[in-house]
Design a protein around this ligand. Structure first.
Ligand code: NAP
Length: 273
């Protein structure tokens, strides 16, 4: 039976999730539909009621609702609880269950490239919602040390405390301090929103070398300034679109209980990024 899925957030018109999921439906000859549905901040509860009324089968959640949505769930899985945010919801006869696929979405591209964060020194730029999922993944994979660099130092400190509480060595610094320390880190991950509007890299790229692994989770544009300069310096690159794709594939598998057509979803995404 054809079902409807959605991504909710605000703004939502530039979301690539409908492209990815509808490409998968077409490839698998499924008659489902995936739509983008704008729910402004402050209107989440009524927006969710509207989705329930049309018997939405499942939906993704993005900025600004990832945390508030947790209050409207009937159930949530462990990852969602640990991260403290939800990005995927299934609707089973009116009961909403929440998941967070950002952590697997973050780790999967690292594994696909046969890389590992185990025992690695990691410099994480940013301490927002995505960073919390990333830190949860880094802790799970036993990173050696996580240094969190952020504009608002207090947010970086809170996230470092979260990592320490979960058994990982972590500290917090400013973005300015990070500039001087780049060469000490194997993994450099950007989870700030700097780059979405083609801004210069959030940190100096001079010390990034062929031994560095640079992961920018921004997916639009695909080649941020950080990625372009790191590529010129010979670093190994992991693109934001790879995380987007992996978290979408993971949501697909939760809803449809079948393997996601990763390559078809990737072809669609590379055609539009
Ligand atoms: P968020 O919760 O709003 O966090 C934004 C982060 O960027 C914070 O650390 C913030 O620092 C920092 N920041 C924002 N503007 C800045 C500026 N002008 N100068 C310095 N730092 C600045 O957002 P989020 O959900 O974590 O998302 C962050 C980025 O990741 C977005 O670009 C989003 O599209 C991308 N993302 C990608 C994927 C994927 O699948 N590839 C998944 C999730 C998110 P403060 O703490 O100082 O405010």
């Amino acid at each position: 039976m054809p079902k409807t899925y959605a991504v909710i957030g605000d703004p939502i018109d530039h979301s690539l999730s409908p492209n990815i999921h509808n490409a998968a439906f077409r490839f698998l000859n499924l008659e489902h539909t995936y739509i983008a549905y704008r729910i402004p901040k402050g209107e989440l509860a009524s927006g969710i009621e509207a989705l329930k009324a049309i018997k939405i089968a499942g939906f993704n959640v993005t900025i600004p609702h990832k945390i508030e949505m947790m209050e409207l769930l009937d159930e949530m899985d462990t990852t969602c609880k640990v991260i403290g945010a939800v990005n995927t919801v299934s609707n089973e006869n009116g009961k909403l269950k929440g998941y967070n696929t950002d952590m697997i979405g973050f780790l999967d591209p690292i594994k696909r490239k046969n890389l590992t964060v185990k025992d690695a020194q990691v410099l994480l730029l940013g301490a927002g919602g995505a960073a919390r999922a990333i830190v949860t993944g880094l802790v799970k994979e036993k990173a050696g040390k996580i240094t969190i660099a952020n504009r608002t130092l207090g947010n970086a400190r809170k996230l470092a405390e979260f990592a320490i509480k979960n058994g990982c060595n972590a500290n917090a610094i400013s973005l300015q301090e990070a500039n001087k320390l780049v060469s000490d880190y194997k993994f450099i991950i950007n989870s700030t929103s700097i780059g979405m509007n083609n801004e210069p890299s959030p940190i100096s790229t001079e010390s990034i070398s062929k031994n560095s692994i640079v992961y920018d989770i921004i997916y639009q544009p695909m080649n941020t300034d950080l990625i372009k300069k790191s590529k010129e310096n010979g670093a190994t690159i992991i693109y934001g679109y790879e995380m987007l794709l992996s978290q979408a594939a993971c949501s697909f598998e939760i809803w449809h209980k079948m393997e996601a057509p990763y390559n078809e979803m990737k072809k669609m995404l590379l055609g539009v990024t």
